[in-house]
Design a protein around this ligand. Structure first.
Ligand SMILES: *[C@@H]1O[C@H](CO)[C@@H](O)[C@H](O)[C@H]1NC(C)=O
Ligand SMILES: *[C@@H]1O[C@H](CO)[C@@H](O)[C@H](O)[C@H]1NC(C)=O
Ligand SMILES: *[C@@H]1O[C@H](CO)[C@@H](O)[C@H](O)[C@H]1NC(C)=O
Ligand SMILES: *[C@@H]1O[C@H](CO)[C@@H](O)[C@H](O)[C@H]1NC(C)=O
Ligand SMILES: *[C@@H]1O[C@H](CO)[C@@H](O)[C@H](O)[C@H]1NC(C)=O
Ligand SMILES: *[C@@H]1O[C@H](CO)[C@@H](O)[C@H](O)[C@H]1NC(C)=O
Ligand SMILES: *[C@@H]1O[C@H](CO)[C@@H](O)[C@H](O)[C@H]1NC(C)=O
Ligand SMILES: *[C@@H]1O[C@H](CO)[C@@H](O)[C@H](O)[C@H]1NC(C)=O
Ligand SMILES: *[C@@H]1O[C@H](CO)[C@@H](O)[C@H](O)[C@H]1NC(C)=O
Ligand SMILES: *[C@@H]1O[C@H](CO)[C@@H](O)[C@H](O)[C@H]1NC(C)=O
Ligand SMILES: *[C@@H]1O[C@H](CO)[C@@H](O)[C@H](O)[C@H]1NC(C)=O
Ligand SMILES: *[C@@H]1O[C@H](CO)[C@@H](O)[C@H](O)[C@H]1NC(C)=O
Length: 436
């Protein structure tokens, strides 16, 4: 089982430990949450028509009403559980069990007891939804997560012995509305270089009217067939006109990518990470326990394009690096770090296979439809689950826009852009110590 969510906070453990930058730390995320509260209070209904909140390009949030309370929760295609963490123990539950469940994510974990209550998502109401009433969290400073994956990947479903009455909210919605297709769509917005913004969308069983063409895009069937995750075959990867040999990362004859809105960045093979960044003049690779972390001159980038189902999906250069501001030698610096990182996840056999994990950093470049097909417990579809993408990125305009925007951001931060070639990789350890 692969359950990933939220902060790719600690890239490695041990002597070379590399903590995620201050701007991405749980501390910053907590500050971010205060701002989200502000947005939620100020706007009449920030979530009208499926609109979602983009929290610093790292999390995408929607509102879910659970047992009489509204929660702002992370939309996570990489996991399958609905959990909320009430501020007080005052949920109007229909049935609070004492069955304890611990859900462990790619980073962090939560624990609590299984409860049943009414749940409202968008314009759909489920009278008696099973969810986790969380009272313990470890490194996850959010109100809750709405897992958008398959039942088979749900810790709650598993804990109840795969009882169909305890399936995911989406399965219950799909089974209540059998005349409709079983799909969701996600349109993740891009805040230029961080910040909390309203925009983009999460929809159930409907397309955004101006992007409904996604329905005609190639269907990328979930593979391997038994996959517990939203994993699809990768057709090709091109960097600055050069084709990456994807077969070196293949499993069972095909290279797979899990499309995961709950992960901010991307985790790929070391070879692919190097392929993406090594051609950028002046870029430097810093070794970590889990592979190289690239430091890139802030206004330089590669042209990266993925191919899925024979169609090309270019990546905006803004989505190749993340800005990190830190102090060293009594000076404020900004470094631009590669977000197509590599990790040992790829080498472990605890999951079904080696795969790429493409998070928000990729998803911002597409409007995506996730078709659940035969993955709905008790559903009546026999078609395989699939993902369809509509490109949102114009390769020829994205590059010059990136140079302008990034240049402006560096100036706004009133810091000194790090020159990677003279950058001392151990600086990371120093500022990691600072924030702990
Ligand atoms: C929601 O969308 C509908 C149809 O596009 C539109 O008529 C309505 O004004 C929208 N409501 C809000 C609050 O944006
Ligand atoms: C949740 O928010 C919606 C508006 O978005 C509101 O209509 C509803 O009453 C709220 N529910 C509760 C329990 O506050
Ligand atoms: C509460 O849930 C448990 C576990 O699903 C079930 O055994 C019990 O009968 C339920 N109680 C009520 C009152 O619904
Ligand atoms: C969940 O279980 C893991 C592994 O046993 C443990 O490290 C973690 O602290 C637990 N999480 C919570 C919130 O209790
Ligand atoms: C929810 O709203 C969408 C779009 O307005 C509509 O197509 C769908 O039928 C509605 N579903 C329910 C259960 O009301
Ligand atoms: C969380 O709930 C469990 C089960 O009810 C309980 O054993 C535990 O003490 C609670 N922990 C906290 C911190 O409230
Ligand atoms: C599923 O539940 C069984 C016990 O019923 C447990 O041993 C196993 O670890 C659980 N698997 C997952 C992925 O939660
Ligand atoms: C809600 O569903 C659970 C099983 O998931 C069941 O035990 C419980 O009796 C149901 N409660 C009501 C009020 O329907
Ligand atoms: C995973 O399995 C493959 C093939 O069976 C094996 O070559 C590899 O060493 C295993 N990796 C780990 C980390 O156990
Ligand atoms: C990327 O593409 C843009 C526009 O097509 C071009 O101007 C730029 O030189 C390319 N960059 C590289 C590194 O190839
Ligand atoms: C970045 O901004 C500086 C200061 O305004 C300017 O001198 C420089 O030409 C800009 N560079 C690019 C690539 O736009
Ligand atoms: C800080 O100073 C040390 C020693 O002079 C140097 O090695 C290091 O590169 C400097 N750090 C930065 C971020 O420039």
């Amino acid at each position: 089982m692969l359950a990933t969510a939220v902060f790719l906070a600690v890239l490695a453990a041990g002597s070379q430990a590399l903590q995620l930058p201050p701007s991405n730390s749980p501390f910053a995320a907590r500050r971010g949450l205060d701002k989200i509260d502000f947005i939620v209070r100020r706007a009449a209904d920030p979530f009208a028509n499926g609109t979602i909140i983009n929290s610093m390009n790292q999390e995408y949030l929607t509102k879910v009403e659970v047992a009489g309370h509204n929660f702002t929760v992370v939309l996570d295609t990489g996991s399958s559980d609905l959990w909320v963490q009430p501020r007080r123990n005052d949920l109007a539950v229909k049935n609070q069990t004492n069955e304890f469940v611990n859900i462990t994510y790619g980073s962090g974990s939560v624990a609590g007891t299984i409860a049943h209550g009414s749940v409202v998502i968008s314009n759909y109401t489920i009278d008696n939804q099973t969810f986790l009433n969380v009272n313990l969290t470890d490194d996850i400073p959010i109100e809750g997560i709405l897992g958008l994956g398959f039942d088979i990947n749900s810790s709650i479903f598993n804990a109840t012995g795969n009882n169909s009455a305890d399936a995911t909210p989406l399965t219950n919605i799909f089974n209540q509305n059998k005349s409709e297709n079983n799909f969701i769509t996600l349109d993740l917005s891009r805040g230029d270089d961080g910040g909390n913004t309203i925009g983009g969308a999460f929809t159930i069983n409907r397309y955004l009217s101006d992007q409904s063409n996604v329905a005609n895009a190639p269907r990328n069937n979930v593979t391997p067939p038994g996959s517990t995750d939203w994993s699809i075959p990768v057709g090709g990867i091109n960097v600055n006109g050069q084709e990456y040999n994807i077969s070196q990362d293949a499993f069972n004859g095909s290279t797979h990518a899990v499309i995961d809105s709950g992960t901010s960045f991307a985790i790929v093979s070391t070879n692919l990470s190097n392929f993406i960044y090594q051609g950028i003049p002046g870029a430097k690779s810093c070794p970590t326990d889990s592979g190289p972390l690239w430091v890139v001159p802030c206004t330089s980038a590669s042209n990266l394009t993925f191919t899925f189902g024979g169609q090309q999906y270019p990546v905006n250069p803004l989505d190749l690096t993340t800005l990190v501001t830190f102090s060293a030698n009594k000076t404020r610096y900004t470094a631009c770090l590669g977000v197509y990182t590599s990790a040992d996840v790829l080498a472990t056999n605890t999951t079904v296979l080696p795969f790429y994990l493409l998070g928000d950093i990729f998803m911002r470049n597409v409007y995506s439809a996730f078709n659940f097909g035969n993955k709905v417990t008790g559903g009546n579809s026999s078609t395989p689950a699939s993902i369809q993408f509509l490109s949102k990125t114009n390769a020829s305009t994205a590059y010059p826009e990136f140079v302008k925007l990034r240049n402006q951001t560096i100036q706004d931060l009133k810091s000194k852009a790090v020159d990677p070639s003279s950058f001392d990789c151990s600086t990371f350890d120093a500022f990691a110590a600072d924030i702990n």
